[in-house]
Design a protein around this ligand. Structure first.
Ligand code: URA
Length: 203
C-alpha cells in the first residue's frame, strides 16, 4: 500500500520534510553519509534547472552544484546569460548514491524506482517555485519529468513536460567525461547554446 505522505503547505515545509526523511536510495553503505541536498534559488524563478542527484562535494557542503560538474554548469550559465542566483537549481534525487572504495565515494546512478520515489517531492517543489521553464540536465532528470527513458543527445531541446514547459539538455558531468579536445569543446559550446536558447524561451 502507498505510504501516506504529509502534504506540505510551503516550500520551506517541504524542505523540512525532505531533511527529516530517510534516504530512499539503496545504501549508502557507510554510516553518517548522505545528507539531503535541497533545491536552491528563489521561488518564482523563471528557470528551474534539474540535475540528477548531489555528488560527493554537494553531499559534504549540503548545496547543489558546487562540485566539478556544478562549477562547469555555473560557468556555462554565465556564458549563456543566465544568472545562477536568479535560477532555481535542484536535483531529481535528493541524496548522494555511492559505493565506498577506500576513502573515495564513487557515484552510482539512481534506479528508475528511486527516481520515481523522489519524484513526489520534485513535483511539489516545482509547484511551489512555478518556473516558466524546467531545464533537465541528463537522462535521469528527463526521466523524472517525463516518466520515460529519454535519449538526451537525440532529443535535446524544448519538450512538453505536461505541467511544465520543458527543455532537455545534457548533464555537465557528461562533458567532464569527454577526453579533452575538439569534440569536448564542441559539446561544451552546444551545451551553452542550449542554455542560451532556454533563456530566450523565458524572455
Ligand atoms: N550533479 C548533479 O546532477 N547535481 C548536483 O547537484 C551536482 C552534480
Amino acid at each position: 500500500a502507498a505510504m501516506a505522505r504529509q502534504e506540505p503547505a510551503t516550500l520551506a515545509e517541504l524542505n523540512r520534510i525532505i531533511l527529516a526523511a530517510e534516504p530512499m536510495i539503496s545504501g549508502p553503505p557507510v554510516p553518517g553519509a548522505a545528507q539531503a541536498v535541497l533545491g536552491e534559488g528563489p521561488e518564482g524563478a523563471a528557470i528551474a534547472i534539474v540535475g540528477e542527484q548531489p555528488g560527493d562535494r554537494e553531499d559534504v557542503e549540503g548545496r547543489p552544484f558546487v562540485g566539478p560538474a556544478g562549477q562547469l554548469l555555473t560557468r556555462a550559465l554565465e556564458e549563456a546569460g543566465i544568472e545562477r542566483g536568479a535560477a532555481y537549481l535542484t536535483n531529481a534525487v535528493k541524496h548522494f548514491k555511492f559505493v565506498a572504495r577506500g576513502k573515495r565515494r564513487l557515484h552510482q546512478s539512481p534506479t528508475a524506482g528511486e527516481v520515481k520515489h523522489y519524484r513526489w517531492w520534485l513535483m511539489r517543489e516545482l509547484a511551489f517555485v512555478r518556473p516558466r521553464l524546467v531545464v533537465t540536465l541528463g537522462a535521469t532528470a528527463a526521466l523524472a519529468l517525463t516518466g520515460r527513458s529519454v535519449s538526451v543527445l537525440r532529443e535535446r531541446g524544448p519538450m512538453d513536460f505536461g505541467e511544465w514547459n520543458g527543455f532537455v539538455t545534457v548533464h555537465p558531468s557528461y562533458l567532464l567525461r569527454l577526453p579533452a579536445g575538439e569534440e569536448a569543446e564542441r559539446a561544451y559550446r552546444d551545451f551553452v547554446a542550449d542554455l542560451r536558447r532556454a533563456r530566450e524561451m523565458v524572455e
